[in-house]
Ligand binder design. Structure first.
Ligand code: SF4
Length: 209
């Protein structure tokens, strides 16, 4: 492994020894739904909504037992709720029809579900199944991987490709959790706190992009 990447990993591991998925869930279906709901929304908002939602919708069939209008109403406090309602109900239907009622536990099948791209699938695979099949690239990962000089790419899939090439596979999911924490605590979008950041000695701080 590249020395710089090794050092970044060491420092992040030291700073964030306990990382966990910020979304509340009890099974793969709940995590899938919460991750679809989290697009362009905060984890806090998603957790507020799913607290009651998951009492009403316990299995895939439950999402189809109500009208789309009713389901939209139940998630209407979150942004993009119309598209999210369509994706969640579409995913529930496909899980029942094609996957025997079980959320798939591999990248190929998960990304066949409506509204589920590699980022969502990687989150579900890592946090619900303990599998590292991709690096979830969200807004924090895009920003920090540029600032840390880990990629020069702009597109999500190319950034992920670069990261998969330099990070040990066993850390793909955990690295994403570290980066989200670091992006919130120090490497904030508008005003990064470089002067107190534990990575300052090795970070090229490529900020003006
Ligand atoms: S030194 Fe600055 S740019 Fe680099 S990771 Fe820390 S906060 Fe971000």
């Amino acid at each position: 492994m590249d020395k710089k990447v090794e050092k970044i990993i060491q420092l992040l591991e030291k700073e964030y020894p306990q990382v966990a998925c910020p979304l509340d869930f009890k099974n793969p279906l709940e995590l899938l739904v919460a991750t679809i709901l989290s697009a362009q929304s905060t984890d806090k908002k998603v957790n507020e909504i799913t607290k009651d939602l998951f009492k009403k919708y316990r299995k895939s069939e439950d999402y189809l037992a109500v009208s789309e209008e009713q389901f939209r109403h139940d998630i209407s406090h979150i942004g993009l709720f119309r598209a999210k309602a369509r994706y969640i109900r579409g995913s529930a239907a496909m899980i029942i029809e094609k996957f025997n009622g079980e959320v798939p536990n591999n990248m190929d099948d998960l990304t066949k579900l409506p509204g589920v791209a590699r980022k969502t699938a990687s989150v579900v695979l890592y946090s619900a199944f303990g599998k590292n099949e991709g690096v979830p690239v969200d807004t924090h990962m895009i920003r920090l991987s540029h600032r840390l000089g880990l990629t020069k790419e702009e597109y999500q899939h190319k950034i992920e490709h670069d990261l998969m090439g330099i990070l040990p596979k066993r850390l793909w999911g955990k690295f994403a959790h570290w980066i989200v924490n670091h992006g919130r605590k120090y490497c904030i979008a508008q005003k990064p706190k470089c002067e107190i950041c534990p990575l300052i000695a090795i970070c090229p701080k490529i900020i003006d992009r």
